[in-house]
Ligand binder design. Structure first.
Ligand SMILES: [Zn+2]
Ligand SMILES: [Zn+2]
Length: 395
């Protein structure tokens, strides 16, 4: 039963009327996925639809990004991400990826579709007062050589300039369709990548005493890193440290390499834990010096911890309760995933909510080759984005 205002319940009806169009958009995007920083055809497709709407359109923002503005005055941002992942899709569906080895396995096809749906709703009924800026952001899943991802680059190109607040959603397979996951405060983890280069002295495998063995140093550093989480950090502060790759400068059974590079990721929920991890990783690296080697250590921040603004999150709760009923609002726990929307939410009040897209009886986890969504969620996501933005402008 809908308990909301006339306007709000009409919003969901209007979104439901767009459902077949939204499914068509999502399936087109799903079958034509593009990797981070290469979303050219995706951008063209979005422009082909947005250019038919009653909006101020700006394309080529940080190359493939787009903004579309509806109305004038105080501005609120609605953000969707555009990129796919280097995963080979295993789903046998008619809309499966046509781009070998690339897949929309994080649901960004659905995010773009929900934002397109919101844009269509706003084009029909623009805000009476204020402006909604719908923002399509490339490269959420990766960073460039300078360590910058799409959110940072879009912000450098003015995408959130003059805006007061920002909303974004993410598809969530663990929640059933017709529900929305919300959380005030800390929702997702901060994520930094690290690169450790260990330098020793290359030597013959039969004469280790003439060199400084970087493979042994790497083994010691990796084991010391495992103790950062278990021994150096309070059990009440969640954090993760993963060494994801090890590469030596030579690869032969009888050669001691002069250099080994380790790459990894850390996840944390607070700045103090981030600082502690940086400090302790550096301490682990010093083992190399103890044994005559040297090291260099570099961090890049892929996304800071995502902290939801309580007032905006309250508006999401209201929207959801009115559109879908009070029982549809689900309080969700923190998760150790990361999202670069956090860069925007660090600059202005923002909130990130989870759109229930679960398919009953099947496990469709994000970033897996069998990921898929229940498409009944598309009009709900569109109505939620449009309604949250308009609701904010009415406050
Ligand atoms: Zn992802
Ligand atoms: Zn994602």
């Amino acid at each position: 039963m809908l308990t909301g205002t006339h306007e709000t319940s009409k919003m969901l009806q209007r979104a439901q009327a767009l459902k077949s169009k939204l499914i068509e958009f999502r399936r087109h995007l799903h079958s034509h996925p593009e990797l981070s920083f290469r979303e050219r055809e995706t951008s063209k497709f979005l422009i082909s639809i947005l250019s038919g709407l009653n909006c101020r359109l700006r394309s080529g923002v940080a190359e493939n990004g787009i903004t579309a503005e509806f109305g004038e005055g105080r501005t609120v941002v609605v953000r969707a991400d555009m990129d796919a992942l280097p995963i080979c899709e295993q789903n046998k569906v008619e809309y499966a990826s046509l781009n070998e080895g690339v897949m929309h396995a994080c649901g960004h096809d659905a995010h773009m579709t929900c934002a397109l749906g919101a844009a269509m709703l706003l084009s029909e009924n623009p805000p009476e007062k204020g402006c909604v800026r719908v923002l399509f952001q490339p490269a959420e899943e990766a960073v460039n050589d300078e360590g910058k991802g799409g959110a940072t680059l879009m912000m450098e190109h003015g995408a959130i300039d003059g805006a007061e607040a920002a909303f974004a959603l993410h598809v969530w397979p663990e929640l059933p369709v017709g529900t929305i996951g919300v959380r005030e405060g800390s929702l997702l983890a901060g994520c930094d990548s690290f690169t450790i280069t260990l330098r020793g002295l290359g030597a013959h495998g039969a004469f280790p005493e003439t060199g400084i063995d970087t493979v042994v140093l790497a083994a010691q550093v990796i084991m010391a890193l495992q103790q950062v989480i278990s021994r150096r950090k309070s059990a009440l502060e969640p954090a993760i440290l993963t060494v994801g790759g090890v590469k030596s400068s030579s690869f032969a059974p009888n050669v001691i390499p002069g250099e080994v590079v380790l790459v990894g990721t850390i996840r944390y929920l607070s700045k103090s834990t981030q600082d502690l991890l940086h400090r302790e990783i550096e301490n682990a690296c010093r083992i190399a010096e103890t044994f005559g080697g040297s090291y260099s250590l570099d961090f890049t921040c892929d996304a800071p911890a995502l902290v939801n603004d309580p007032r905006l999150t309250g508006l999401v709760r209201e929207s959801c309760a009115e559109l879908l009923g009070a029982a549809a609002v689900i309080d969700v726990p923190q998760a150790m995933g990361a999202e670069d929307f956090a860069f925007m939410a660090n600059k202005l009040p923002g909130t990130f909510f989870l759109l229930g897209t679960g398919i009953p009886g099947s496990q469709r986890t994000l970033h897996s080759p069998t990921f898929d969504i229940n498409e009944d969620a598309l009009p709900i996501g569109a109505a939620m984005l449009a309604d949250c933005a308009l609701r904010y402008l009415r406050t």
